[in-house]
Ligand binder design. Structure first.
Ligand SMILES: *Cc1c(COP(=O)(O)O)cnc(C)c1O
Length: 361
């Protein structure tokens, strides 16, 4: 054993467990465990990636101006207030690196996204977890969890893995109520799935203590390329750019993301299909005696009677070649998170859950 030891906090990090992608001995698995877009990326993004193969020896842009301009045009934002990262996970990492560290407290909720705790600990900060109310972000609980040491407050809206979200008035109350030395981070990984919701972009523009993060991994179907972005006050962007590597995003990812964000018709189609199939799936599961909270994202959180039943159902689904996500690590041991797939996938998973509830094992 070498004498060197990791910094305090590092060994408290539990390794992130991603959604399974394969099942031993089963070909043709249906993967509903990572909230990926079942329709894949926009054809325009695929074409953009093909064009990149000739220039792989070139370093990418380091200011990402073309993608930031496209995002600004399409979403009606200011390009100077955008930062791009290798997935929105990297923006979360930048925030924790820049504002966390020993002595800082980073607040997130009971069933909040795993990266908040991981990045907080990696920075040397103290993670502070507060309760939710029936699997919904509770603004009062967050405000009670804040102290003079709080630097960052993370909420995902809609949240993963619950699928629930809180309204703009509640978000504004949160932004207004957090301590003056803290930033509120609105993780909008699923914002595109919510009709008429800007992820909090306008609130970012109105205030100096709110940051929004977004990703191309979910609605835009580019999880494999690793690209996301953040929207923040100029001072915050200036801070984050100092910890960002100059070539943190590949030219392939930049080109695909730009093509995707400009293909608004494809995004719209994916959003509509998701809404339709999510409603169908939630209802089908409810008819089989498996309720879900009202989801605003591209997955549902199916609630079983107890942890054993959830585990047994997961095992049965795997036998049918269906991979969903156990969320015991998110303190939801009686639940399974099921990504809204395409129509055949939704029908198969609902049918299999029905068979399980009827006694099949
Ligand atoms: C998927 C997800 C992300 C980030 O994904 P990236 O692929 O890193 O952009 C961030 N937050 C939540 C809540 C997510 O579910």
């Amino acid at each position: 054993m070498p004498k060197i030891e990791a910094k305090p906090g590092i060994m408290d990090i539990d390794l992130y467990v991603g959604g399974k992608a394969h099942l031993d001995g089963v070909s043709n698995v249906i993967k509903l465990s990572s909230n990926e877009n079942p329709f894949g990326p926009s054809p325009a993004a695929q074409e953009a990636v093909k064009r990149c193969v000739h220039d792989l020896h070139r370093y990418p842009s380091s200011d990402h101006i073309e993608l930031r301009t496209a995002l600004a045009e399409v979403h009606g934002l200011k390009a100077d207030n955008i930062i791009c990262g290798a997935g929105s996970d990297e923006i979360i990492t930048f925030l924790c690196q820049a504002y966390g560290g020993p002595g800082a407290e980073i607040v997130y909720t009971e069933h909040g996204f795993a990266m908040y705790r991981i990045c907080a600990l990696a920075s040397g900060a103290t993670p502070v977890e507060v309760r939710e109310r029936d699997r919904i972000t509770d603004v009062d609980a967050i405000l009670e969890g804040c102290t003079e040491h709080t630097k960052l407050v993370f909420i995902a809206n809609p949240n993963n893995p619950t699928g629930t979200m809180i309204g703009m008035a509640e978000i504004e109350r949160l932004a207004e109520g957090i301590p003056e030395q803290a930033l509120l981070v609105l993780d909008g990984a699923y914002a595109e799935y919510v009709e008429g919701y800007d992820g909090g972009a306008k609130l970012v523009e109105m205030r100096d203590n709110v940051v929004m993060t977004r990703t191309f991994s979910k609605l835009y179907g580019l999880g494999g390329l690793r690209i996301g972005w953040g929207y923040a006050p100029r001072d915050v962007i200036d801070v984050l750019n100092r910890v960002r590597g100059p070539f943190n995003v590949s030219n392939t990812a930049l080109a695909a993301a730009e093509a995707s964000v400009r293909d608004t018709a494809y995004a719209e189609k994916c959003r509509n299909e998701n809404s339709r199939l999510r409603a169908w799936l939630s209802e089908a599961l409810a008819e089989h005696g498996v309720p879900c909270d009202t989801s605003t994202a591209n997955f549902v959180l199916a609630r079983f009677g107890n942890p054993d039943e959830a585990k047994a159902c997961d095992a049965y689904l795997q036998k049918q070649g269906l991979i969903v996500r156990q969320v015991a690590g998110y303190k939801l041991p009686n639940c399974l998170r099921i990504t809204v797939g395409d129509e055949p996938a939704c029908r198969q998973v609902a049918h299999a859950v029905g068979q399980f509830k009827a006694g099949a094992r």
